[in-house]
Structure formats: structure tokens, C-alpha cells
Design a protein around this ligand. Structure first.
Ligand SMILES: [Zn+2]
Length: 244
């Protein structure tokens, strides 16, 4: 057994620059306006350590110093004295709950904000039948649906973290195949999603934000025009029913 202590996790400048690029892009696309949103990557697992954005920074202009390292409880461990994002604990909760998580991204888009408030009473947002669902890890067909859990918003992150853990308590995140969900919404607030790495988490944000806009805009159409076109299977079933 080695007596040499394990080196502390460190964030390389490439990782930091990738997060800065995400910030510029998400701000440019209207998903991280003002100083909203926060992003993290997992630096180490044993013990858990994350690199997370500091509090209150304009995401279009993140500097290399605008990130801090935190432990599993969300405490800053790099000695910098800077304050991590107010929602750091949610990143830590997700990273500790889901073993495959390598990055967690959070956005405040218009469509996510509207839909999360509208569908809070039913507890989730259902997205069904869209080709772009295939951009979510493990979904291989448009003939699928994603049920995005919605949690009531709060400023009490410890309490919210308990609710999230409770909601996902029975989920086996290590099972093969499609994960049970790819993200969740906070009502009137925004989206959390994750991925095995930053690229996958970024893709999930892009896919979800596209789908949110589809769902929200479709609701503005006359009722008869709201659904995506029926799948081949649905059309065959309709044809079969008509022939009976
Ligand atoms: Zn937020």
C-alpha cells in the first residue's frame, strides 16, 4: 500500500476553457442570460470533487478564475475563498446519486421556464413523438417519450436536494440501456441535465431546449394541430381500426 497521498484533483485549463465556451454559447442562445445558470464537471470520484462556476458571473464572459472546486457537500475545497454557485448542492446531489455523471449543466430558458410552471400540477412534462428525442442518450427512435420530472422551486437547496433524492430513490442508475430520465425541471426556473462528459451534457441541454420550444409552440396551435405526426406504428393501428 502506498503511503503517498493521492494527488488532489485539479482542473486543467482545457476543461475550464470548454466550460467557458459552453457559457458563451448558452448565453448567446438565450439559455443563460444575466448571471443565471451554473455548470460543473466531475474532477474526481473518490472522494467526490467537482469544478463548478462561482456565484453571480455573466456566463458570456467567464474567466479562468470563475470556477471553484467543491466536495460532495458543496464546500469549496480549493482554498480560494470564492463562493460557488448558490445551486452547487444540486450538482453534488446529481453527481453523487448517478455514478456515470461526468458533467451537470443548468439553464434558464424562456420555454423551460414557461413549461415548468404550466405543468408543475401534473408533476412532469411529457415529450413524445419527436425525432429529436433521439439526441437523448439511449433513445433510438422518435416513437418514444420522455417524462421530465418537475420540482417546485425554492431557494432552500438542502430541502430541494432531499426532494430530488426522494424522487429518484428507487432508480437503478447503473442499469443497462436507456436511463430512467435525462434531466429535470424546476418550476418557473429552468432545466438540469447531465451526461457522462461535458459534450453529452451539452447535447442534452440543446436537445431539451429544442424539444421544450416544440412543445410550447405546439400548445399555441389549434388543438387539432398540436401533436407531432403519428408514427408508422400508430398509423398502422389507426388503419387496422378503420378496417374493423
Ligand atoms: Zn438556476
Amino acid at each position: 500500500m502506498s503511503l503517498v497521498p493521492a494527488p488532489r484533483a485539479a482542473a486543467d485549463t482545457d476543461t475550464i476553457d470548454l466550460l467557458r465556451t459552453v457559457g458563451r454559447e448558452f448565453h448567446g442562445r438565450g439559455w443563460s442570460l444575466g448571471t443565471s445558470s451554473n455548470y460543473s464537471v466531475v474532477l474526481a470520484r473518490d472522494p467526490l470533487e467537482l469544478l463548478v462556476t462561482v456565484s453571480g458571473k455573466d456566463k458570456s464572459a467567464l474567466g479562468r478564475e470563475d470556477f471553484v472546486r467543491v466536495d460532495a457537500a458543496g464546500r469549496v475545497v480549493d482554498g480560494s475563498g470564492r463562493r460557488s454557485s448558490a445551486e452547487t448542492l444540486l450538482h453534488c446531489t446529481l453527481a453523487s446519486m448517478i455514478p456515470s455523471v461526468g458533467a451537470v449543466l443548468h439553464t434558464h430558458s424562456v420555454w423551460g421556464t414557461i413549461l415548468s410552471a404550466a405543468d408543475l400540477p401534473r408533476g412532469s412534462l411529457r415529450i413524445a413523438g419527436y425525432e429529436m428525442l433521439k439526441g437523448l442518450e439511449g433513445i433510438g427512435s422518435h416513437d418514444a417519450f420522455e417524462e421530465v420530472p418537475i420540482f417546485a422551486n425554492t431557494q432552500d437547496m438542502a430541502e430541494l436536494s432531499v426532494r430530488i433524492r426522494r424522487q429518484f430513490a428507487g432508480v437503478d442508475w447503473t442499469a443497462e440501456g436507456r436511463p430512467p430520465c435525462h434531466g429535470f425541471l424546476l418550476s418557473g426556473h429552468g432545466l438540469y441535465t447531465w451526461g457522462r462528459d461535458l459534450a453529452e451534457a451539452r447535447r442534452h441541454i440543446e436537445i431539451f431546449e429544442f424539444l421544450f420550444e416544440c412543445v410550447a409552440r405546439a400548445r399555441m396551435l389549434p388543438v387539432s394541430d398540436r401533436s407531432p405526426p403519428p408514427s408508422v406504428g400508430q398509423r398502422q393501428a389507426q388503419h387496422h381500426q378503420q378496417q374493423q
